[in-house]
Design a protein around this ligand. Sequence first.
Ligand SMILES: C[S@@+](CC[C@H](N)C(=O)[O-])C[C@H]1O[C@@H](n2cnc3c(N)ncnc32)[C@H](O)[C@@H]1O
Length: 200
Amino acid sequence: MNWQAPFYDIGCAILGLGRKFREKTLGYAGLNPGKRVLDVGCGTGVLTRLAAAAVGPSGEVIGIDPSVRMIAIARKKAARLKNGADFRLGIIEQLSFETGYFDVVLSSLMLHHLPPELKRAGLREVYRVLKPGGRLLVVDLDRPGHPVWWLLVWPGLLIPTVAANLRGEIPSYLRRAGFSEVRSAGRWFNLLTFWMADKL
Ligand SMILES: C[S@@+](CC[C@H](N)C(=O)[O-])C[C@H]1O[C@@H](n2cnc3c(N)ncnc32)[C@H](O)[C@@H]1O
């Protein structure tokens, strides 16, 4: 997504994925001061910076993304705001963190970028780096909740990275990664779902 990086934030706002959407996402994560948070596929780091503000200086927030330009923008914005979020190049399927390190992992709008085998490997890695009692908060494409959406999104069924999302299979991917408590917490425009997956 390197080429999209300079236009990404404005594109999100135009698509109804601006501040309100980010605040709603963060609300489900249940962050408190002192928590350790990982944002996988953080992009330009909008959610990561909000998470850093929520956990305060006693917490730790790290955003990872394989896109050099996304990470460069995320770092620049965090430096300008003197925000404590730390941004690193990285991929979900090979996380360079010790087992049981994080209280919360955020995955916002990124699972639909991964083909099935990377969804499985990435979610297993997320499960590994979470503490027992930790939470994964996912917001992503789901089976559309209104027939009109199908007119627009059906070609996604032909795209391997998106098809599992549109078929409503994300909860089963989460359970297969080890999460025993998986629930849908809410919807966004009948197309995205917020899932909370807890590691017991
Ligand atoms: C649509 S953007 C979402 C960015 C951000 N999470 C948000 O909510 O705005 C998807 C991001 O996932 C990243 N991504 C793609 N493949 C990835 C992988 N294997 N591991 C981690 N991030 C990945 C892309 O580089 C991109 O920045």
